[in-house]
Design a protein around this ligand. Sequence first.
Ligand code: NAD
Ligand code: MG
Length: 297
Amino acid sequence: MSTQYTFTDPTKLYADIDPKSQDQKEPGLDAELTPKAALGEDTYVGSERLKGRKALITGADSGIGAATAIAFAREGASVAMSYLPEEKVDADRIAGILREAGATVVQIPGDLREREYARTLVKEAVEGLGGLDIVVNNGGKQIFNEDVTTLSDEQFDDTFKTNVYAMFWICKEAVPHLAPGSTIINTTSIQAYSPAPILVDYASTKATINTFTKALGQQLAPKGIRVNAVAPGPIWTPLQVTDGQPDEKVDEFGEETPLGRMGQPAELAPAFVYLASAESSYVIGETLNVNGGMPTP
Ligand code: NAD
Ligand code: MG
């Protein structure tokens, strides 16, 4: 069986996953993605790198968040999962995989755009897991728009609420519970540095997340809490087929990278594991780019 430790030619790894144009209604489901994304279900092998840790992950039902949840559980962590109620089918499947790995799992569906949900999410995660020491802000919204004059105030607001405000609210609620050694990991994007003309609102939130991470990382370092970020490149997830890109672009998604292919959520999970684990003890305010080779500042 090949695992995340198996050496392969990275240009060939997952290169047979070749999606065609498709469209789903937001927020989209991994269950309906064709072909299926690789979440590490069949490949990720843990080695107790997060033994006994308690993690809250937003957007843990699908894509990068689900791959991270699987990796965390197999590394020995318990996981509180945040997602939208309409993603129950994805969330239940992932929860099953986490429980198979021996993890305690708490499912806390809700809407990240709502202030009150951030409060109850952190409270229920702490109660359900018996504490908290890893927070992964991964839930996100991306809807392409070609013309700023038609970019609705509502979309602009929703994108910032989901990607930026929720991260702030969750950090604010979580920090009082985080003991020294805890970590916060935010999810930014290649879009923070190379913004697409059709992602004005989304790309702006991702630049904000990078800067938020660097400022908060310095503020919390003296308390022994480390804040870092992961910046994915083009990754095969429901986000992309729910108008994250124009449908016809799905065919060529990821071909612009030096590796010449899109990435899979399973390739992101080890970056989150590293930043959550004690191995990254001297790493703070860093953005770990996982993007197939696209240059970043
Ligand atoms: P995804 O659709 O699998 O995950 C996004 C998740 O966000 C959803 O599953 C959903 O649970 C959550 N979410 C969205 N709106 C919400 C709301 N209002 N309330 C609660 N939850 C909500 O897609 P993904 O690509 O795995 O996205 C995960 C993160 O990765 C996002 O922050 C995204 O911006 C970032 N990212 C993705 C890519 C990519 O190419 N897929 C590239 C760069 C960054
Ligand atoms: Mg989802």
